[in-house]
Design a protein around this ligand. Structure first.
Ligand code: NDP
Length: 254
């Protein structure tokens, strides 16, 4: 069996137009899968499509705000119509607002919960019937080191990322009978737009990450290509409900 061959499979990546999502999309495309890039920014979507197409696979994009349930359902239906099936969903779209807990507004709390957590609930349910009808599928939820640890400046974000891991376990139990494996990936500190913003806002963050990470560097989006191929294909058919760090050892440093 070709354990890491995704030829003929179709992968939807929310937030696939940049950062970690694009790194995972590169992994899927490199392994032969068709990719559907989902994001709100059409220009970024188009640039990602142009890049991924060079890998010789079918690629499409959709402008979608994944906080909206109806939009997620429409997105899944359009992806299935265009590519004929949905085998892999990566719930990667996410953002952060960094403040002390007492300083958040209710709106900011709900915005973060909707963007990082509710979106994954919507998108997973939106692809379920299609995956089930085709005999199975793979869902990959993006957590964080904040799925495991706390930090003073990230209470709502940590709540969403802890929630992602628990939701992963619940979906894994519910949909194992349908041959759908649901796993979480917990990136360490990765150099993307999101953390460039964080480094500008949190003094000393850059140096603290370097000191704490055994690998001695920040991660890159492309560090997530391998885990995407593993969790997106037949190599992981008996792996479900897990939360796998991709962190250069950050989470095991004593
Ligand atoms: P980026 O800011 O580079 O990417 C975020 C992506 O999410 C963009 O593609 C953005 O596209 C998309 N997105 C945001 N909101 C929505 C929305 N409402 N609807 C659709 N798409 C949306 O960040 P990262 O690559 O760093 O982050 C990706 C994921 O990884 C997030 O879930 C983040 O929490 C997680 N993560 C990141 C870490 C890091 O160190 N960078 C560490 C741990 C976890 P657009 O703007 O076009 O909508």
């Amino acid at each position: 069996m070709a354990l890491f061959d995704l030829t003929g499979r179709v992968a939807i990546v929310t937030g696939g137009n940049g950062g970690i999502g694009l790194g995972m999309a590169r992994g899927f495309a490199g392994a032969g899968a068709a990719v559907v890039v989902v994001g709100r920014n059409e220009k970024k979507n188009k640039e990602a499509v142009k890049e991924l197409e060079k890998l010789g696979v079918p690629v499409s994009s959709q402008v979608v705000d994944v906080t909206k349930e109806a939009a997620c359902r429409k997105m899944a239906a359009a992806a299935a119509k265009k590519h004929g099936r949905i085998d892999i969903l990566v719930n990667n779209a996410g953002t952060n607002i960094r403040k002390q807990p007492q300083d958040y507004t209710d709106e900011e709390w709900h915005f973060l919960i909707d963007t990082n957590l509710t979106s994954a609930f919507h998108c997973s349910r939106a692809v379920y019937e299609t995956m089930k009808a085709k005999g199975g599928g793979k869902i990959i939820n993006i957590g964080s080191m904040m799925s495991i640890f706390g930090a003073s400046f990230t209470a709502p974000y940590a709540a969403t990322k802890g929630g992602m891991v628990q939701m992963t376990r619940a979906f894994a139990c519910a949909w194992a009978k349908d041959n759908i494996q649901v796993n979480a990936v917990l990136p360490g500190w990765i150099d993307t737009d999101l953390t460039r913003q964080g480094r500008a806002q949190i003094p000393g963050l850059h140096e603290r990450v370097l000191a704490r990470t055994p690998a001695g560097r920040w991660g890159t989006p492309d560090d997530h290509a391998g885990i995407a191929v593993f969790l997106g294909g037949p190599a992981s058919d008996f792996v479900t409900g897990t939360a796998i760090p991709v962190d250069g050892g950050y989470s095991v440093q004593g």
